[in-house]
Design a binder for this molecule. Structure first.
Ligand code: C2O
Ligand code: CU
Ligand code: CU
Length: 538
């Protein structure tokens, strides 16, 4: 299955849909041995030098993931070549370093692929030009590199970067290729959030780790359907994460970088979760902080919490847990029955591979916080910024049916083709369109985290249908780039792309994405007909 997926990874050079000079550069960048040339050309084109220039390398490595032997991983390392030295911050375990950027800053990132397989980096949630978005048609062969140049347009928020080669994203993320990308701006500074050591980021992932501390990645037929799940939670690339905190408010950034796991995050002592930011940055003052008993975080979604550890006793210990919820896989039907039986048996193998321990919905400990002794520090509550102005509403409405027919996830019945775009996958620029995703109830119904590249969207409406024991933890206020669509539910999004060109939308369950539950979308006027018939086979 993976071999045939690899065939799709060859860059498609006949994609001459936008005959700009950038296109010419792309073609050059993809040519064998042409590395130094496009760099020089891009240099010559750049009207101004970047404020920050970073070299980001992906390579095999080893990391201390849990006690004992080091684990073989793939990992990102980064170095500031020019500009603010604090644009790159160290991370723990196998996690890539945190890239810390400022709104308005001009950034240049040279990605160097030292893996023995093709890769390309995507800045998840960032609004960047088409060429800088990490579409799989730009994959970089081993030993080659790719230069990204963009201005940071996103508001302050918590974003992620990760590989995006078609058919291998899940595997590369699983073995360690992911990192945080934090954007800061003035709105945020004025809001007065806890900062410095009182701001913590937790990148949450689940893994299967064997007795020799090796990461186990199995993609059986079953895993392709459910997505790869693990029984060990890693936070920032290490197991059994613990944080020492003082008796005061903290800003906590929570990012789910798991291949397939959905978390139902809550405090073990029952205090509510107070959400102040979502995927696309801070909630507005009008929306206000969202107080919930738990927060649902699907793959690659983010939230930020304001959490007052001062409300706890000296020396108290509180655990961020993922609460049990009904495994959406077992929603009845034949598959549900089969899986239930196999889970009961512990290690079924009827589907061509063992059922991973730690099914979707099991209770898990995520991280422990120990509150140090000392006087309680109070802080004025943060002032959330005003709402961003809305763009004028246009007439375009798209509908996409999200389905899982046993082994194959599809979007309106289609699966990924490297350069194909259908008429119902186009949006105009700079006006708000409506895109409705409906979760199919046939085949193998399950929730799918649907992600749209190149923009942030608002969730206008979610028709009743979300799983009952998760509904209360869905944060639909604010701006998002990934939304969980449940079977039998229609989710209406309002979105206004600003960058023209060929982007992607897909299920962010990485095994679904790699299995083809991904499509291109075209933003802006079509320069040439990009109908499916023109590219019958990508
Ligand atoms: Cu987080 Cu298409 O990606
Ligand atoms: Cu993305
Ligand atoms: Cu999916």
């Amino acid at each position: 299955m993976e071999m045939s997926a690899n065939m799709d990874m060859k860059p498609n050079l006949d994609l001459d849909v936008n005959p700009s000079r950038r296109r010419a550069l792309q073609a050059l960048a993809l040519g064998a041995g042409a590395i130094s040339l496009p760099l020089t050309l891009r240099d010559a084109m750049a009207s101004e030098a970047p404020d920050v220039s970073i070299r980001l390398v992906a390579a095999p490595g080893r990391a201390q993931v849990r006690r004992g032997r080091e684990t073989d991983v793939q990992r990102y390392t980064a170095q500031v070549m020019h500009g603010r030295p604090d644009a790159v911050r160290p991370s723990t375990g196998y996690l890539g370093p945190t890239l810390e950027l400022r709104r308005g800053e001009r950034v240049r990132i040279e990605f160097v692929n030292r893996l023995d397989e093709p890769s390309i980096v995507h800045w998840h949630g960032m609004i960047v030009p088409e060429r800088d978005d990490g579409h799989p048609r730009f994959v970089v062969a081993p030993g080659n590199s790719y230069v990204y140049e963009f201005t940071v347009r996103n508001p302050a928020g918590t974003y992620l970067y990760h590989p995006h080669p078609h058919g291998r994203t899940g595997r590369q993320v699983y073995f360690g290729l992911a990192g945080l990308l934090i954007v800061r701006d003035d709105d945020e500074r004025k809001a007065g959030f806890p900062a410095g050591e009182h701001e913590l980021a937790l990148v949450i992932q689940d893994r299967r780790i064997d007795a020799t501390n090796s990461l186990v990645f199995e993609r059986s037929m079953m895993d392709s359907m459910t997505g790869v799940l693990g029984d060990t939670v890693l936070v920032n690339g290490v197991a059994d994460a613990e944080f020492a905190v003082s008796r005061r408010p903290y800003r906590l950034r929570l990012a789910n970088a798991s291949n397939a796991r959905i978390y139902k995050l809550a405090w073990s002592d029952g205090r509510p979760m107070r959400v102040m930011a979502t995927d696309g940055g801070l909630l507005s003052g009008g929306e206000g902080i969202q107080t919930r008993p738990f927060v649902v975080l699907a793959p690659f979604q983010r939230v930020e919490l304001i959490e007052d550890f001062g409300a706890r006793e000296d020396g108290a210990s509180v655990t961020l847990v993922s609460q049990r919820f009904r495994d959406p896989e077992t929603m009845g039907g034949m598959m549900g029955g089969m899986m239930g039986g196999m889970m009961g048996g512990g290690m079924g193998s009827g589907m061509g591979g063992g059922v991973p321990a730690g099914a979707q919905g099991v209770e898990l400990n995520v991280a422990r916080f120990t509150v140090s002794a000392g006087p309680r520090v109070h802080e004025a509550p943060p002032k959330l910024p005003g709402a961003a102005p809305l763009l004028r509403r246009g007439k375009t409405e798209l509908h996409t049916r999200v389905a899982m027919d046993m082994m194959q996830g599809t979007l309106n019945g289609r699966s990924f083709q490297m350069t194909a775009v259908a008429p119902d996958e186009r949006l105009p620029l700079n006006e708000e369109s409506i895109w409705t995703f409906s979760g199919d109830t046939t085949g193998h119904p399950m929730p799918h985290p649907i992600h749209v590249h190149g923009l942030r969207f608002r969730i206008l409406e979610r028709t009743a249908g979300a799983q009952a024991d998760l509904r209360e933890g869905l944060i639909d206020s604010g701006y998002h780039d990934t939304v969980l669509v449940f079977p039998g539910e229609r989710v209406r999004l309002a979105l206004a792309p600003t960058e023209p060109g060929l982007f992607m939308y897909h299920c962010h369950n990485l095994e679904h994405e790699d299995g083809g539950m991904m499509r291109n979308c075209w933003f802006g006027p079509m320069p040439v007909d990009l109908s499916m018939s023109r590219h019958p086979k990508a």
